[in-house]
Write a protein that binds this ligand. Sequence first.
Ligand SMILES: NC(=O)c1ccc[n+]([C@@H]2O[C@H](COP(=O)([O-])OP(=O)(O)OC[C@H]3O[C@@H](n4cnc5c(N)ncnc54)[C@H](O)[C@@H]3O)[C@@H](O)[C@H]2O)c1
Length: 280
Amino acid sequence: MDVRNLTGKTALVTGAASGIGKQSALAFGRRGADLVICDIDEAGLADTEKELRGIGRQVQSSRVDVADRDAMQAFAADIHQQIGSVDLLMNNAGVALGGRFLETSLEDWDWILGINLRGVIHGCHFFVPKMKEAGRGGHVVNVSSAAGYLPGSVLNAYVTTKYAVLGLSEALSTELAPHGIGVTALCPGIIDTPITRNARLRGALDTDEMRDQMVSQYGKRGYGPERVAENLLKAIQSNRTVAPISPEAWIGYGLKRLAPGLVRWLGARGERNALKNSGS
Ligand SMILES: NC(=O)c1ccc[n+]([C@@H]2O[C@H](COP(=O)([O-])OP(=O)(O)OC[C@H]3O[C@@H](n4cnc5c(N)ncnc54)[C@H](O)[C@@H]3O)[C@@H](O)[C@H]2O)c1
């Protein structure tokens, strides 16, 4: 999809109240697109809407939980009735869960699978058919992660959802290519957003010190969501199916392809060190 000038196009972004979703909505808006945005955080959504209107864009803003199938179906019906099919669909809403498999409850699994995986499936299921029907081509961005190809043991459930989103996107890109619809799995890296503040933490990670340490590490890394949004535009322009963004995401991607044994060895070493430090 040519994103150099999005005037006359409509972009939909889920989870647009904060972080990568908000900055991507603004980046699409600056290129001329009108926006459909949703989130469960109404105050944040109102701020994003105000900023988009400030740059002259039309905005449809709704409180929608992407994990709620009925709500997503009603949202899609409403958008299709009011403005027709969208041109750019970004399934971005997501949450994080730090914890190993043996520390993750089934309730945690339901929560993260509902948002990170079923949320993406709902977005594609309810919006892609109309994109195809409209025959104008377009683009779908599904937000995966470097954890979509690097299996960190302390992020087991998160890794599971992000691997699944990567696989879904790769398969979908083949299916939609004949219709002129590109698909990108966005794999950002370590990005300084509120996701670390809001993540569920389990096991040894579940302490105030560990959370503060994680928030501070992401802050010190200093790679902001506005840079992700700028690089996402380049990835859509060049129709990249898998789009690592920050340098560490690229390094991980290269290592996984060229030296998967090294990636497994580093993971096992990290796990041994963590066990030693916890005295288990
Ligand atoms: N920050 C990072 O380092 C990083 C790295 C890789 C991937 N990601 C992914 O990027 C995406 C955006 O994350 P972010 O870092 O901008 O975090 P963020 O917390 O700033 O933004 C996530 C947004 O999703 C919304 N959301 C959460 N649950 C929702 C639901 N059920 N329905 C609708 N909206 C919901 C939140 O309210 C929030 O506004 C996520 O999918 C995340 O997994 C982030």
